[in-house]
Structure formats: structure tokens, C-alpha cells
Ligand binder design. Structure first.
Ligand SMILES: NC(=O)c1ccc[n+]([C@@H]2O[C@H](COP(=O)([O-])OP(=O)(O)OC[C@H]3O[C@@H](n4cnc5c(N)ncnc54)[C@H](OP(=O)(O)O)[C@@H]3O)[C@@H](O)[C@H]2O)c1
Length: 300
């Protein structure tokens, strides 16, 4: 049963705050019917009310917790039931663990699970609908922090059970975003669906401030403060969330980028990936491993 929406539809994950809220707002302003996701219904409703007030547009809200395959599958089923078309999917939701290790409901380390594996599963569930109504765009919010994993992913310990360092874990999850983007773009070549990733720049948001709900499951680990402080020392003045959302909105809507696919953007400029990040063998290895991990937890 669909809800009669005829406008182009844009899903924005993690739209209750930060870059996601401003992305949802910008896409609504541009005439897309935004499906904003939030894992906390109250915070989601507050954000949607703000977006509707500021844009005068109707915005839909659906619950989505990327730390739960059950939630991801419920969300996907609702979307497939309600929306005959998906024109834009912005994988925006993400976390930086900030000195704590915790696990998703299926037992994956949180940054890997929420930033990579959850979006991987969600994309696979929505994939056929997105292709069916192409042209469409998938936009992945990665980070320049991927460079803080210069040796690539540690495939022997993807869940960081043996060694955990917040910055490293976040960097690897954002590198995983880039591997995912490159393989998906190749798989969807010729389908009319583009797949690109971006670094929004350094943006003043709540990133790195673990939420109470997550801390309830967290183990605090000794932080490598020296490394963390060094990484934070040279950061520029942060952008506002509204400016931080410009790259996501641009990749989702710019007519000049209608056929651009498989590209990483630093803000709105195409950028070259480091050799490790551009290694398609490693990207395919992560894809295969992600399929294996998802298959360990099939729908009931
Ligand atoms: N801020 C920066 O400088 C920066 C730089 C580079 C890249 N990024 C990327 O930009 C994206 C947006 O981050 P932000 O800076 O706007 O941070 P933020 O203010 O912390 O917002 C993160 C969003 O992700 C959601 N989220 C967290 N865990 C989730 C889960 N388990 N399931 C569903 N949603 C979840 C949050 O929901 P709750 O509010 O419920 O936790 C929130 O809506 C992230 O992918 C981040 O890696 C940010």
C-alpha cells in the first residue's frame, strides 16, 4: 500500500540532528519528499517539526536504528510498502565512539556496525526499488578521517576485539564507506543509479559525544589521549551544520552530477583517494565479508 506520494523521495538517515537535519531541510526545500530517519522517536519528531516549520513542506519520519538488523529490516519493509519510488538515499547517520567500545544488537563493534554494516544491509534491502525507478542517487557521508587508517582495515579483527582505539575505529569505518561506495558504484554502473561519497569537512555537531543509550552498553577503554589530542590539535574552525550539509545536498541534487558515479568528494570537489582506499581488491574483500556477516543474521 503506498501513500500516494508522487514527488521524488529522498531518504536521509540520522536526520534528527547535525548534518543530517540540515540535509533533510535542504532536500525538502528543493521539492523532494523527505523521509527523515531517527532512532529516538521524540528527537525525530522535534527535528521534523523544525524542518516543516522552516520549509513549509511535509516531512515523513520513520524509526531506524542502524545498530539493529531487526530495526533495519522493519524500516526497509515500511519504505517498500509506502514509497513506490526512492530517488535519493543519503547514508548520513554515523557515530564516533569517543573512548568507548560497545556492540550492536548482533554483536558488531558499534562504529563498524552502525557506520558500515547497517547501511550495507539497508542498501541491499532497498536496492531493487532504487534501481526500478532510476535515475536515482546514493550518497554516502564518509570522512577525511579515513586517512587515519593508512594501513587499511584490519581484516583479522574487524570488530576491534583485540585492540581498540576510538580514532582508529572511526577512521576504519569511514574507509569502509569508501570501499562500499566504489564496489556499489561498479555494480550499479549502467543502471541509472549513481553512488558517490563525500567528506563534509569539520563540522560543529554532536559527533563524538556518545549518547546515553549507547553508553548503557559501553565498555570504557583507556584512550590513547596523546594520539587523539594530536589528531584534534590541528583542526580548523568548524563549519556550521548547514554548511556541512552542502556537499550531501549537492551530490543528491546537482544536475551537473546526474551521471557522476564512483567518486569521492572533499566537500563538493572530486578528490583522489589514497592508494589504500582506492584498492578495489580490498574493497571487494570487505564487500564479501560484509555479505558473510549479514548472512549470519537472517530475517526470521
Ligand atoms: N561533524 C564532522 O566534523 C564530520 C566530519 C566528517 C564526517 N562526518 C560524518 O557526518 C555524518 C553525520 O554526523 P554529524 O556530524 O551530523 O554527527 P551527529 O550530530 O552526532 O549526528 C549523527 C546522526 O547519526 C545518528 N545515529 C547515531 N547512531 C545511530 C544508530 N545506531 N542508528 C541510527 N542513527 C544513528 C544520530 O542519531 P542520535 O542523535 O539518536 O544519536 C544522529 O542523527 C556521520 O556519518 C559522520 O561520520 C562528520
Amino acid at each position: 500500500m503506498n501513500n500516494g506520494v508522487t514527488q521524488p523521495v529522498a531518504i536521509v538517515t540520522g536526520a534528527n540532528t547535525g548534518i543530517g537535519l540540515e540535509t533533510a531541510l535542504g532536500l525538502a526545500e528543493r521539492g523532494l519528499r523527505v523521509v527523515a530517519t531517527a532512532r529516538d522517536p521524540e528527537r525525530g519528531a522535534t527535528a521534523v517539526a523544525e524542518i516543516e516549520r522552516r520549509t513549509g513542506k511535509t516531512v515523513d519520519l520513520l524509526p531506524l536504528d542502524l545498530a539493529s538488523f531487526v530495526s533495519i529490516r522493519e524500516f526497509a519493509a515500511t519504505v517498500l510498502d509506502r514509497y513506490p519510488r526512492i530517488d535519493v538515499l543519503v547514508h548520513n547517520a554515523g557515530l564516533a565512539p569517543g573512548g568507548h567500545r560497545w556492540e550492536t544488537q548482533e554483536g558488531f563493534e558499534a562504529a563498524f556496525g552502525v557506520n558500515h554494516l547497517g547501511p550495507f544491509l539497508l542498501t541491499s534491502l532497498l536496492r531493487e526499488r532504487i534501481i526500478a525507478r532510476a535515475p536515482a542517487r546514493i550518497v554516502i557521508v564518509s570522512s577525511g578521517a579515513y586517512r587515519a587508517a593508512p594501513d587499511g582495515l584490519c581484516f583479522d579483527d574487524l570488530q576491534h576485539r583485540e585492540r581498540f582505539h576510538s580514532l582508529q575505529v572511526y577512521a576504519e569505518s569511514k574507509l569502509a564507506n569508501l570501499y562500499f561506495m566504489q564496489i556499489l558504484a561498479r555494480q550499479l554502473a549502467g543502471s541509472g543509479v549513481t553512488v558517490n561519497a563525500l567528506n563534509p569537512g569539520y563540522v560543529a555537531t554532536q559527533l563524538g559525544q556518545p549518547r546515553e543509550a549507547d553508553l548503557a552498553h559501553a565498555v570504557t577503554v583507556p584512550r590513547d589521549n596523546a594520539a587523539s589530542n594530536a589528531a584534534l590539535a590541528n583542526l580548523p574552525e568548524p563549519l556550521t551544520a548547514a554548511r556541512g550539509a552542502v556537499p550531501s545536498i549537492t551530490l543528491a541534487t546537482s544536475p551537473e552530477l546526474a551521471t557522476t558515479t564512483g567518486v569521492y568528494f572533499e566537500r563538493t570537489k572530486p578528490a583522489t583517494l589514497t592508494p589504500v582506499a582506492a584498492d578495489l581488491g580490498l574493497a571487494q574483500r570487505l564487500w564479501d565479508e560484509s555479505e558473510r556477516l549479514v548472512a549470519l543474521h537472517p530475517a526470521h
